[in-house]
Design a protein around this ligand. Structure first.
Ligand code: SAM
Ligand code: SF4
Ligand code: SF4
Length: 389
């Protein structure tokens, strides 16, 4: 995350800003002060805490740790179990510690938050503590009316619904196992219920990930969003690679990026990711597959259930993270930093990660995938762009 990404993200969440308390605004300002001064220890709290209440998902999207492995070793080694869920009590303890300082909690990372049976209660706990609550979902669930009402009444601030196509044929090319009729039904009903119940929140966002094959449905989707009363329509180019292709052991790291005036990543000063089991990592941009892989090189910073959030936030690993992003060249002087989570990250190192990346503005789905006999996408044994399966 750099200045441009931070401004874009803030703009997408602009209707939250006037709901921030003086304490939350002050916390952000203190965080910004520490960032500009490249401080390693900070007296602010993370402005945004991503709480991965469960990494479980009902779909197998092609980009994701949940993708059909089709022989890919890293994906074969992913492990997800029904018990991989944060409890309400564990969640409440985190919220108690960050309330009054942290502005926002985002209740997802690698799974779908709607799979967690206590999501609505968690939203209520966070909202009652004065936090903005964000959820992003595939929304491809056969929800009954009372569940949709419960979501609307949960205190959720912002609901992002992923609509990557309007026709089932196009949608399922990347949203594997999903049903677009359910997604659109749920979104429509949430918008209607919000109106019927006279509520202003949750604000609704339709997120449209673009691929060459679904471009003709972008404008109809935008019109549909407006018709439903959805506040935001966001579209961006999608990835046709898988997160596992971008693990640091899959590409060459050339050199650290040269020092600049400001830190080159803002995550370690402003945000924290807490996994369902309490483990803490600084972001969801790097070592993603390793987080769920048996024997994966996850390099977690600490555990928010075993110590306090504040303790982890200023522990040695967090201080190292702030040191590295403040001047990536420090790894040349301190070789032990090569064992750190951030080592090899494309944000602060020149790398050859682009060789493993397949962005949809440059590549077509057919170059990378074919449909198998069950009608599910399968990576071609060697895609025509040269990326090995
Ligand atoms: C791993 S998902 C977890 C949340 C939820 N299950 C969902 O899909 O929105 C996190 C983010 O990845 C995005 N995403 C999914 N497929 C993508 C793709 N092919 N390229 C880029 N981002 C993608 C999702 O839309 C979401 O914003
Ligand atoms: S819905 Fe989200 S978490 Fe689930 S497989 Fe797709 S991208 Fe991954
Ligand atoms: S790995 Fe470190 S440098 Fe890279 S995005 Fe995450 S926090 Fe920033």
């Amino acid at each position: 995350m750099n200045t441009r990404v931070m401004i874009e993200t803030t703009w997408r969440r602009r209707h939250w800003l006037f709901r921030l308390s003086p304490g939350q605004i002050w916390n952000y300002l203190v965080g910004a002060f520490h960032l500009v001064l490249k401080r390693e220890r900070v007296s602010s709290f993370p402005g945004v805490v991503k709480i991965d209440i469960s990494p479980i998902c009902n779909l197998s999207c092609t980009v994701c740790v949940h993708a059909d492995p089709n022989g890919n070793d890293a994906l074969e080694r992913q492990r997800f179990a029904p018990g991989h869920k944060m409890t309400v009590e564990q969640f409440r303890k985190i919220i108690d510690q960050i309330a009054g300082k942290t502005a926002t909690v985002s209740l997802y990372t690698w799974g779908d938050p709607m799979t967690h049976p206590d999501l609505d209660e968690m939203c209520r706990i966070a909202a009652d503590a004065g936090l903005q609550v964000h959820v992003s979902t595939n929304f491809s669930f056969g929800f009954k009316e009372d569940r949709l009402r419960s979501i609307v009444e949960s205190g959720l601030t912002h609901l992002t619904v992923c609509v990557d196509g309007l026709s089932q044929e196009k949608y399922q090319k990347t949203r594997v196992g999903g049903r677009i009729d359910r997604v659109l039904h749920n979104l429509r009903r949430v918008a209607e219920l919000r109106k019927e119940l006279g509520r202003e929140y949750p604000k609704l966002e339709m997120q449209y990930i673009k691929y060459q094959h679904n471009l003709d449905e972008v404008e109809p989707a935008r019109r549909l969003a407006a018709e439903l009363g959805v506040e935001q329509f966001s579209d961006f180019w999608g990835a046709l690679h898988n997160y596992a292709d971008r693990e640091p052991d899959q590409y060459e790291t050339l050199r650290p990026k040269p020092n600049q005036l400001l830190p080159q990543c803002y995550w370690p000063h402003f945000s924290m990711v807490i996994k369902y089991n309490g483990d803490v990592i600084p972001c969801c941009e790097h070592r993603m597959a390793a987080q769920h892989m048996e024997g994966g090189d996850a390099r977690v910073f600490g555990n928010a259930f075993e110590t306090s959030v504040a303790e982890v936030w200023n522990n040695e690993e967090y201080q190292k993270a702030r040191r590295i992003v403040s001047n990536p060249e420090v790894v040349n002087r301190e070789p032990e930093l090569r064992k750190h989570f951030c080592d090899g990250c494309f944000v602060i190192f020149d790398t050859e990660i682009q060789k493993n990346s397949r962005w949809a503005n440059r590549h077509r789905w057919e170059e990378v995938f074919e449909m198998d006999e069950r009608g599910r996408p399968r990576r071609k044994p060697k895609d025509v762009t040269g990326l090995p399966a």
